[in-house]
Write a new protein. Sequence first.
Length: 336
Amino acid sequence: MEIDRTQCPDFFLDYILYITVTKSLSSRTVQEYYLDIRMFLKYLRMMRDSQYQNTDNLHEIPIKDMQISELESVTLQDLYNYLYYVTEERENHDRARGRKVSALRSFFGYLCHHQNLISHDPTERLELPSPKKTLPRYLTLEESQHLLQSLDTAYPERDYCILTIFLNCGVRLSELVGLNLSDINFKEAKMRVLGKGSKERMVYLNDACISALNAYLQVRELPEGSAEDAVFLSKRHTRISKRRVQQIVETALNQADLGGQGYSTHKLRHTAATLMYQYGNVDALTLKEVLGHASTSTTEIYTHLSNQILKNATDSSPLAHFEKKKQEGEKENQGE
């Protein structure tokens, strides 16, 4: 969805331009912030303007003529009411609400501290919702091997290479799609990927990745005169799309009888991280660098996952529910 500049007040458009130019945010994040703040402005107008209070569709409420003075009176309670609204009416979960809080903090911080358009920042005491920590889904080592072994598609070398890089390197979908030939250093067995916030990092390639890349590049064909630098190409000889990669993974999962179980390209990233932690003697700090996480708090989920695996292993012992039979003497003593 494109940002509709014709339907937004000037102060909102100035903010979008500001975060686009100065904050090094991805286009997707900028778009999400735009949608979150646009929804808040429409909500605010719905709550304060009687002509919109019975509106069923929030998106129909115009905000083009909104004045900055309307934000001067926004209170902390208004913000919590908004979060309650998106929870109850729009079924936003913890992560979505957390992103909305981040967007509102950024927006009001810009208006108050950067532009001095409002006298106070109502988000200063706005608390971020505490997300429920859930263990990520992942394939076991045996399932990962079966996934690679079962692959049977029209472009086997390309699709096998895609799966191999996902499972061995833990890259994101956008990072894989964005790979260029110039990003790969075969001599040093590593590749440069562009992660979140346009941050570059180096990811090392093991033997399986190098072998899969070599096999794919031998059959990678381009029309004469084409200079397409993308590593992974579609059948039209252009950079492969995110959706096409998702379809490839879905097909591979179905062929391995792993479809319909909640696995996805992102779950292959979880799988790579989990296998590294389980079998590679990799600590959380190293894993953070490999995955391109901003902090170790994100990576620590795999530590918890490993602990849960250890607990499950203990619980699965055939002696887990063994109870010692009481002797005759013990029964008598208990009766006294």
